[in-house]
Design a protein around this ligand. Sequence first.
Ligand code: ZN
Length: 242
Amino acid sequence: MPMDEILDILVKIQQYDEEISNIQREIDEIPKKIAAIERQIENAQSDLTEKQERAGQVKKTYKMKEGDIAENENKIIKLNSQTFAVKTNEEYRAIVHEIEFLKTENKKIEDEMMALLEEEEKIRATLSTVEAETRQLLADLRAEIEQYHTRSEELTQQLAKAENDYRTNYGKLPDIMQSQYRKIKKVRGKAVCVVTDETCPGCSSILTPQFLNELKKRKDVLLCDNCGRMLVYVADDSARTA
Ligand SMILES: [Zn+2]
């Protein structure tokens, strides 16, 4: 095979290699993105449940407070009747004090009940809106997950194609070139660099004019003196992305 062709294949397999890892990276990200959306769904659902349950809780608490007030009122009646039987002023003052305390308590409880009524009204007024909004949000989020599944399928197909293209081109290389590519890739990550000016794109070191001249002849696979990557000179930029 002419060296010119080998150089073009090297450039191609480098491109496929990068394409494969880009696709793989995107595929790997998808489950994390889906998991994040699933957490959003869970949060939205539990927010709604919390609001729905709060409405019931408010009602229950209101009833309990009604009971507390009745209990205090019974105590007051009892204490009032005791005032007739007291023997000392001290005892009398203690009972009156206790009655005042219970009356103040009941006032406080009544205020709390008012607040609960207001809260219940507010919940009732907004609950149906919140429910509708949550339904819409959940539908949007589920659609987003669906899109990720579709994207994942697309990417899997793209990956298979890129891997196939890579294998086909890699198989065309002479054995010695294959092992060289693998070795450099293992050490440097990227094995082949396309040179367009007087520097090595892999390590940014400056290439000598003699080296550049040799590179431009495209008669051999030249390695960068500094980083050891395979350097290929491509005169026409469009050939690189072909
Ligand atoms: Zn280099």
